[in-house]
Write a protein that binds this ligand. Structure first.
Ligand code: KG4
Ligand code: ZN
Length: 374
């Protein structure tokens, strides 16, 4: 089943061509440089950048795939997939014939930045109308969940589904623990009451003058301090019996620590600060997952979202599941941790199997779209 998927919920303009769980072609245009100096996503800039790039991103996704196959008049989707090496480039006319072979158009409907989501949805509707294709609306968070099952074009990794799973989504906008019962069946068990985990890292990095996004630079500095915890910042909600998170208290205490100790050499040791702060965030995540395993007796974890690019956190979660003789799965390729359309295409495949299509006229963005709405 060939699906072209579009994702514009935040600061990545992305499209992908998928066949079931396989990614045939994937293009991500990141706006990070654009937003860097604002220390976060600047909505009107994001909207304009999505509008400027969306056509190119979709065309490039198709071109990348169809330039690798010979587009004969007898070509079927299967023969296109099976044919081998690149022979020659295809022009726009041939590409348009390519899109004709696609079964469905998928798009992120939410949650996310409204003005950004609208750009992708508009493009998806346009394509659906022009080529008479059905639309599949995907929740961005179910995309992050399915990111752990995305395969490359050769069908690797071969990872079978074995439900149920505990899914953890940790990104710049979300921190959620979800019971993933079966395909397209979710129950939110816990979520953040304020800042998301990635946002907490981004805000601390900003206070330290490290720029945006903060996660990768905090990871590097923390590893240079051997990921040790020097200052023991607070771990909010750690001892509550529910699975919700809160990171804003930690952020505030970090702010006051910096302010109070601004004259001392302690505060100048940015590695110790980054390492201790990251330890507080990750400790909280691991403790909540520990509680989730105990409460649900599910020891198979999947983790998606930008923060799981962090190798130290991966190690902590591997140690956690070892305690329960369980398993933890991460997205197999780095590009799948951040926002991308490949995960949207794969989630859409499982929705198509259940005939969960959307009507083009009523498909609208839903900025605060919870997985509980399923
Ligand atoms: O999934 P994502 O690309 O976008 C959202 O849906 O929000 O996640 C972005 C977040 C940012 O907060 C960024 O700082 C964080 O993921 N991040 C990391 C790392 N790489 C990105 N956090 C910790 N360690 C990393 N290596
Ligand atoms: Zn995301």
């Amino acid at each position: 089943m060939l699906i072209i998927a579009i994702e514009t919920s935040a600061d990545e303009t992305a499209a992908a061509l998928t066949n079931g769980r396989k990614v045939l072609s994937n293009v991500i245009y990141s706006q990070i440089l654009l937003h860097k100096k604002w220390g976060g996503i600047y909505p009107s800039l994001a909207k304009r950048a999505h509008e400027e790039r969306i056509d190119w991103v979709v065309e490039e996704t198709l071109r990348k795939f169809y330039s690798q196959v010979i587009l004969g008049s007898e070509a079927t989707p299967e023969s296109l997939l099976d044919s081998g090496r690149p022979r020659r480039n295809v022009g726009v006319a041939r590409m348009t014939r390519g899109i004709d072979k696609i079964d469905y158009i998928a798009v992120t409907q939410g949650p996310g930045l409204a003005v950004a989501l609208e750009v992708g949805i508009k493009k998806a509707k346009e394509l659906a109308q022009k080529y008479n294709k059905k639309l599949i609306a995907v929740n961005h968070l179910e995309g992050h969940i399915y990111s752990c099952f995305v395969q490359n074009s050769n069908g690797n990794p071969k990872r079978d589904f074995k439900f149920p799973y505990l899914a953890l989504i940790i990104s710049g906008g979300h921190t959620e623990i979800v019971l993933f019962r079966d395909h397209i069946k979710y129950q939110v068990l816990g979520e953040t009451r304020d800042d998301a985990a990635g946002e907490a890292l981004d805000k601390a990095a900003k206070m330290l003058g490290l720029g945006y996004p903060g996660g990768p630079v905090m990871e590097r500095l923390a590893s240079e301090a051997n990921n040790r915890d020097f200052y023991r910042f607070p771990r909010p909600m750690l001892h509550s019996r529910n699975l919700d998170f809160s990171f804003s208290g930690l952020k505030t205490s970090f702010y006051y620590f910096l302010k109070k100790n601004s004259a001392t050499s302690e505060v100048k040791n940015i590695r110790k600060l980054a390492s201790s702060y990251q330890a507080a965030v990750f400790d909280t995540i691991v403790a909540k997952m520990d509680l989730a395993i105990k409460q649900t007796e599910i020891n198979r974890l999947i983790v998606g979202g930008g923060v799981i690019a962090n190798l130290h956190l991966r190690k902590l979660l591997r140690n956690l599941v070892r305690k329960y003789k369980g398993k933890v799965y991460f997205p197999s390729f780095k590009y799948l941790t951040g926002d991308n359309a490949a995960m949207i295409g794969v989630a859409a495949y499982y929705k198509a199997n259940k005939k969960l299509f959307s009507d083009s006229n009523s498909l609208d963005r839903i900025p605060r779209y919870s997985l509980s709405q399923f």
